[in-house]
Design a protein around this ligand. Structure first.
Ligand code: EPU
Length: 441
């Protein structure tokens, strides 16, 4: 039986929602546990399909992994198996992040090419180039990255693009290299900062986390640690868009609103009232009269009227995240006016527009830009989720459609969103999980 979500449009989303740890952090932190012999504990982990898949990958390398609710306990042996080619490797992108730790620990690795979302070409050239500069030569052989190093040494590495995955792999190899590595044009995503924080707790010597220059002073060994995963900014933003699109009122808890500065500003431009409860870290009246930074992990989004059209351009952090692009299109599809959305990272992410058109969206794309003329109301239809974020974008659109929208292939959504239907229902949406066979149009 194939599962789908039945979304009955028209409800305003109202209430509070708790967001747990970030998918794109926890999977890398699980890989980082390979770097230290002993038991590493991760808390605030999301209960999503990708976590047990990554646990399988680690088990195939010799780790013992226990998942108990939101806690993942990983016991890493002194001698790791260097071959990561289990069936689970092909099911998620983050599995490639075992490459850096395996080279760091074993000085060799055979890592099956990763799977994950079909959102466009996802080469590994920057991962391989960076690792080569550290002394590890690699090639693609029979669907695997095969890498070997006599020893790892510090290097000056300039990334062509601030790739999240390449930054993570190079970082995790460099922490155990001989000497100092400087990664320039490094990714600055909050999930990279989370990884640096955990590596520092393990004894890694890293400077510049959250900036585009990471300096890593290699150490001989790392120790296991206990670490709380940061809140999922992409899931948090999902609820923010849902509130704005349904003219709702949603408080999102468990996410640092500063990780969503640009997103929340865009929603303000669309007419939302966005508030962040202030827990000042220092008194008001700081430099340039700027509001004081807060340590709040909460924000509220209220929207009274039809959203106004806003343009979006996806870029690496702190730009507007490509993962949020489907929500930008969903918002634009019901906004007053015309929006231009530019996708700079993954060319195939606009495939989702075909599904939006089934729902009555007035949208067209040349593959790099999308022009979306907002309509008053979408109309329900059966649609197919092409990947995690696009799947959720279709549910958000269904909330604003007349009638009942069926969203198929929801296993994508289950890979990244814990308790998705439950959270929707708690906020007042009429979204149900149904088992039935689709009749494709
Ligand atoms: N790229 C290369 N060569 C490389 C690596 C990347 O050309 O060696 C290109 C990619 O093709 C892409 C761009 O660089 O055009 C950015 O890719 P990046 O390496 O930053 O992405 P990633 O590490 O593969 C992670 C997230 C994605 C998220 C991107 C961008 C994980 C598991 N995945 O992917 O998340 O979209 O960063 O922020 O962390 C999702 O969660 O739905 C998702 C797809």
């Amino acid at each position: 039986m194939t599962e789908h979500f039945r979304v009955h449009g028209g409800a305003r989303l109202v209430g509070a929602v708790d967001v747990v740890g970030a998918k794109n952090s926890v999977l890398k932190l699980m890989a980082a546990a390979l770097l230290a012999e002993g038991t590493t504990t991760l808390t605030n982990c999301p209960r999503i399909l990708d976590v047990p898949l990554m646990a399988d990958v680690l088990r195939s390398l010799g780790c013992v992994v226990e998942i108990d609710g939101d806690t993942v306990v990983i016991t890493t042996p002194g001698e790791l198996n260097h071959r990561a080619d289990s069936a689970s490797m092909g099911k998620l992108r983050a599995s490639v992040c075992v490459l850096g730790p395996l080279i760091g620990r074993c000085k060799r690795a055979v890592v099956a090419l990763p799977g994950g979302d079909a959102i466009g070409s996802r080469p590994l050239d920057m991962h391989q180039n960076g690792l080569r500069q550290l002394g590890a030569h690699s090639e693609i052989d029979h669907g695997c990255v095969v890498a070997e190093a006599k020893g790892l040494h510090g290097a000056q590495i300039w990334l062509d693009f601030p790739s999240v995955g390449a930054t993570e792999n190079i970082l995790m190899a460099a922490v155990l290299a001989n000497g100092t590595t400087v990664i320039d044009n490094a990714a600055r995503e909050p999930e990279i900062v989370d990884l640096c924080t955990m590596l520092q707790q393990m004894g890694g010597k890293i400077e510049g986390a959250g900036t585009s220059t990471l300096t890593v002073h290699g150490v001989d060994s790392l120790q296991p640690t206990e670490h709380r995963v940061i809140g999922d900014r992409i899931v948090g933003a999902t609820w923010a868009f849902a509130a704005a699109m349904t003219r709702g009122d949603v408080t999102v808890r468990g996410v640092d609103p500063h990780h969503l500065d640009l997103v929340l500003e865009k929603l303000r431009m669309a007419g939302a009232d966005v508030t962040v409860p202030s827990h000042p870290l220092r008194p008001a009246g700081g430099r340039d009269g700027a509001p004081p930074p807060t340590d709040s992990q909460e924000f509220r989004v209220r929207q009274a009227d039809r959203p106004t059209a806003v343009d979006f351009v996806t870029l690496p952090y702190p730009g507007f995240a490509t993962d949020l692009q489907p929500f930008a299109i969903a918002l634009a599809s019901i906004a007053e006016g015309t929006s231009m959305i530019t996708e700079n990272l993954f060319e195939a992410r606009f495939r989702f527009i075909e599904e939006m058109v089934r729902l009555g969206a007035d949208a067209r794309t040349d593959g790099h830009h999308a022009v979306v003329r907002g309509v008053e109301r979408l109309s329900s239809a059966p649609v197919w989720a092409p990947d995690i974020r696009a799947g959720v974008g279709l549910v958000l659109a269904g909330l604003c459609a007349e009638g009942t929208t069926e969203v198929w292939d929801v296993f994508h959504i289950d890979r990244g969103y814990p308790l998705f239907v439950e959270n929707m229902t708690n906020l007042g949406a009429d979204v149900r999980r149904v088992n039935a066979e689709p009749e494709r149009a």
